[in-house]
Ligand binder design. Structure first.
Ligand code: SF4
Ligand code: SF4
Ligand code: SF4
Ligand code: FES
Length: 471
């Protein structure tokens, strides 16, 4: 690919031809403030924070929507850009319910008095993202502490129709990351909507009615407290401390890294287990065992059906409901098997029939499965676990590691191991082809990183033997 030479902030840099100024800046280690542009998503040019000055141009240009040209001379920061960005951030608060940042304990709303670490452990404010919100961080960076206008009364309200994926439209800043992700999931129910009190982003009626599959992917990209998984921290803490009630948790390893990012500190899986024990959880089991049990179910299914007719294979609750509603005529091809959550539930309900079961994973789609199947009592993701630990002073880094309990499980058959283990959902990933073999025959397997790719693969269903879908 050809390269273009240009100057950013006085530094000579090169970038691939056709890249945007934002891509060129990031490629060369130049930090820029953005809200709507995240890696892997098409920017909607919605936030305008990435505006830059280009020599010879009268107006600022958006770095995420402007392609680099040879010899371009760009400034990503200047006093004028700073004040324009500050004004844009202030504007985002015009219709935003702010229940963070106003601290009764330090008696100040000034940005320079705002200490996220202090705020995290206070909990006077009640926003689900307090202390780790991109809008809050930008407000802090640009010194937004007094708005030059009255906050408009809006009250777009909550959409909690799904019970698991919750939208608080009063905190939406219309960046439209969720719109893009929902499109990537082949669902596309979100968009800019006109309401009586102004514009917001949401479903036409509500998420459940419009066909949300409760995959929880939009929650992962929302920069504010506008999208979150239903929280259960009060119930979990109540049962963890209730005499006579047993609590049993399954800790999936995928929860550890996001938790470390939230803390900005490293710790081990066993230290997270110790922190759970510290807050009163009686038994902590290893999520890898439930994963292996689920894979055993898939192997059983593949052994019985592979090679007879193309299979649509998934353990994900969202993928199952997507396929059932959108492709009912393919029901004979569905090869659905028990998820790790269901496998844990079967084991724990037999061993601890009266216990409260808690499933801890970064996989937000499990929230809907827990709620709608009753397989476990509560699902919590790393963000909520972080809030629980902050409230109880249970930071994993301060705990001595403990042994995690194991669910008895057979080693997984090597035959399909890669196909079943490589299961990372991705916004922008493409299909991965894999060869599966059984009794000397080889079969064509396809891994779909999201539902949009799955939809494309289904159009050529007969060209594959097994399509595994990671909704
Ligand atoms: S979304 Fe962010 S800025 Fe808004 S109330 Fe929550 S933490 Fe504060
Ligand atoms: S809900 Fe979140 S991701 Fe979606 S537009 Fe609003 S702020 Fe952005
Ligand atoms: S949970 Fe999934 S299907 Fe529902 S709105 Fe979010 S991205 Fe779309
Ligand atoms: S990042 Fe360019 S407009 Fe938002």
């Amino acid at each position: 690919m050809n390269e273009v030479e240009l100057i950013i902030n006085g530094k000579h840099v090169v970038a691939p031809e056709g890249s945007t100024i934002l891509e060129a800046a990031r490629l060369n280690g130049i930090e820029m403030s953005t809200l709507c542009a995240v890696e892997g998503l098409k920017p909607k040019a919605a936030c305008k924070l990435c505006m830059v000055e280009i020599e010879g141009e009268e107006q600022e240009k958006l770095a995420c929507a402007t392609k680099v040209k040879p010899g371009m001379c760009i400034a990503t920061d200047s006093p004028s850009l700073f004040s324009k960005r500050k004004a844009l951030i202030e504007e985002m608060f015009r219709q935003h319910t702010v229940d963070c940042h106003h601290c009764l304990r330090i008696g100040s709303t000034k940005a320079e008095h705002f200490d996220p670490k202090f705020c995290e452990s206070c909990f006077f404010c009640d926003c689900v993202r307090d202390g780790f919100c991109e809008l809050q961080s930008l407000a802090l960076r640009f010194g937004v502490d007094k708005l030059p206008f009255e906050i408009q009364e809006h009250d777009f309200g909550m959409d909690s129709s799904t019970g698991s994926v919750i939208r608080n439209m009063d905190k939406c800043i219309k960046c439209r990351r969720c719109v893009e992700v929902c499109e990537r999931q082949g669902v596309g129910i979100l968009g800019l909507r006109k309401r009586e009190k102004g514009q917001t982003v949401g479903a036409k009626t509500d998420m459940r009615n419009d066909g949300c599959i409760r995959c929880g992917r939009c929650v992962e990209v929302c920069p504010t407290g506008a999208l979150f998984m239903a929280e259960h921290k009060d119930e979990i803490l109540y049962y963890a401390h209730q005499y006579g009630t047993q609590t049993v948790a399954l800790l999936c390893p995928d929860a550890v890294e996001p938790l470390e990012k939230l803390y900005g500190a490293g710790f081990s899986f066993e230290q997270v287990a110790a922190a759970l024990k510290k807050i009163g959880i009686d038994h902590v089991f290893d999520g890898r065992d439930a994963e292996a049990l689920s894979q055993e179910k898939a192997v059983e299914l593949l052994n019985g059906r592979l090679g007879k007719a193309p299979l649509l294979l998934s353990e994900k609750y969202a993928a199952k409901s997507y396929l059932q509603t959108r492709f009912p005529d393919l029901s004979e091809r569905f090869a659905f098997y028990d998820s790790p959550l269901k496998c844990f539930s079967d084991f724990a309900k037999a061993k601890f029939p009266d216990a409260k079961l808690i499933y801890i994973s970064a996989e937000n789609g499990c929230g809907a499965e827990a709620l709608e199947t009753g397989a476990v009592d509560y699902f919590i993701n790393p963000r909520e676990l972080y809030r629980i630990f902050l409230r109880t002073g249970g930071a994993p880094s301060r705990r001595h590691p403990v042994k995690v309990k194991h669910i008895p499980v057979e080693p997984i058959s090597a035959l399909y191991k890669d196909f079943l283990s490589e299961s990372v959902w991705s916004i922008h990933g493409s299909l991965t082809e894999m060869e599966l073999s059984k009794k000397g025959h080889s079969y064509r397997g396809l891994l779909c990183p999201n539902l949009l790719e799955a939809k494309k693969a289904i159009e050529h269903l007969d060209e594959a033997d097994a399509i595994r879908i990671l909704a």
